[in-house]
Design a protein. Structure first.
Length: 305
């Protein structure tokens, strides 16, 4: 796959958001920042969240909602970086709101009822102004959390659990008509679908589905799923780890194709440009943001700039 490098030297970039002026917002998880990459590649820090900002989405007004996993310990070797266990100064996961004009950071959620957020990862807004987000959980020596999917209001007023239990839920997205919620699980490299009955409420399959999701696809061999984006035609593009690249999956799971990229930690993809046919992809192991001319247009997101 041919790509253009837009920025280098990023501290484990994730959560790209294409803006109308040609720039891209992204998070640097290891740097604890929300960063803007201008069209000419210039980098500027928009906000310092601390912890581990993992996912980003434009919110109402001039805001950006951040899924903050609380931070990792990191392995650094030969100019490469990858996450390990939760950070020694970990103080819990949270959902944050950033004012894009001032850079101020406000915490919206640290828990759903009595259940604390452990490692919020990715999020997507629906047409009603709320957002779905995954909580992948955290890994510690010899133990790890069970994850879940939540739905929340952008003003911090309400949050509810949507699906549980899930093993490392990561990427999350919506079908073009907004009726299907897609969730990718990292460790099993599985993509699940949930029919949306009303905002924040999904229909569920009976047992043996572990959480009510319908299995769309599961990949063989050793590969892992990360974040995702949906094309205008409904196909789901999942950033794929180890087998670095983007895996494109049809909504019925019958057709899959893999577009390799030379980074084993290809972590996220978003679409932008005047025709939505520019894919912006984060290559986190090598600290790059790249752009690819994509064959099919991506789906324009709710709350998009």
């Amino acid at each position: 796959m041919e790509f253009r490098t837009l920025a280098e030297g990023l501290q484990f970039p994730e959560g790209p958001v294409a803006l109308g002026d040609g720039s891209v917002l992204l998070v640097e998880i290891a740097g604890g920042t929300l960063t803007r990459i201008a069209a000419d590649g210039t980098k500027s820090v928009v906000a310092r969240t601390g912890g581990g900002p993992n996912g980003a989405a434009l919110g109402p007004g001039r805001t950006c909602i951040i899924a903050n996993n609380g931070g990792f310990e990191w392995h650094r070797e030969g100019g490469h970086i990858r996450p390990l266990t939760q950070a020694r100064d970990y103080a819990g996961g949270r959902i944050e709101r950033v004012d894009l004009k001032t850079g101020s950071v406000e915490c919206l959620y640290r828990a759903c009822g009595e259940v604390p957020l452990k490692g919020p990862n990715d999020l997507v807004f629906d047409s009603h102004g709320g957002f779905y987000f995954t909580d992948l959980g955290k890994r510690r020596p010899r133990e790890m959390d069970i994850g879940a999917v939540y739905y929340a209001a952008a003003d911090g007023s309400s949050i509810r659990e949507v699906a549980y239990p899930m093993v490392t839920p990561n990427g999350v997205g919506l079908s073009p008509d907004g009726t299907i919620l897609y969730v990718a699980e990292t460790e099993a490299a599985r993509l699940w679908a949930f029919p949306i009955e009303e905002p924040g409420v999904v229909g569920k399959e009976p047992w043996p589905s572990p959480h009510g999701g319908r299995l769309v696809a599961g990949m063989g061999g050793y590969q892992r799923f990360d974040s995702l984006a949906v094309q205008e035609d409904g196909r789901i593009c999942v950033a794929t780890l180890v087998n670095g690249g983007i895996t494109v999956i049809s909504p019925d799971g019958r057709h899959t194709e893999h577009h390799p990229i030379p980074d084993p930690m290809t972590t996220n993809i978003c679409f932008g440009g005047p025709d939505m046919k520019t894919a912006f992809i984060t290559l986190s192991w090598t600290g790059r943001l790249v752009a690819v001319d994509w064959r099919s247009p991506g789906l324009k997101l709710n709350q998009a700039a």
